[in-house]
Design a protein around this ligand. Sequence first.
Ligand code: GLN
Length: 239
Amino acid sequence: MVRGHGGPAASRSKLPATGRGSSLVRGRVELETHQMSNMNQKSASDLRVGVLALQGDVSEHLEMMGRVGARSLPVKTPEGLEGLDGLIIPGGESTTVGKLLVRYGLDEAICRRVREGMALYGTCTGLILLAQRIHGSAQPRLGLMDMDVERNAFGRQVDSFEIDIPIPAIGGAPFRAVFIRAPFIREVGPGVEVLARLPGPGGQIVMARQGKLLASAFHPELTDDPRVHAYFLRMILGQ
Ligand code: GLN
């Protein structure tokens, strides 16, 4: 069931089981990336995750990151990106958010911080902005992920819907995915891992990962299930 806006205050709950025997809160972790030198001492509670606060479900993402044990804060400026371990770009309208990114110099700043090792998770509009190719559109974008996306891909009849989808990477039961005028991913390049598809004959790709970049066509912040946010945190930690 979709949770309404303005839900209960953030609480630091235990992480959901992942089925992989990993835990963000259990001890220190080690990374295999070039970030090892400054990340290997970090655990979940040390992480700072920003939520881009130009449009969309900012407070819901902040609350979810709090629930999975990270410090989270809204970000509106290039300066706000400094020192972040991860950033979430929420849903909204991708043409508007793309223009605002350019206007505030956030597009270049985000790409620079990603090159420096910041992880990035885009939901819906965020997924569109992450893509290198947006079908039939020349709108501004970050263009970081090797994938081809289609906006408003489900048409007017079903412009919003919920469906249970299997996401093996997050562990456990199928995830209740909420789609709102959602895109899907038409095609991914060889470096991109497909994490979820819609059930059924179309099998459209709705979640994918490329290194420290994560994208979902649906809105996990609108459910009570923190598994996708917990997965993003494990990604940041290199687990
Ligand atoms: N249709 C929107 C767009 O193209 C995305 C919708 C959403 O983020 N929920 O930007």
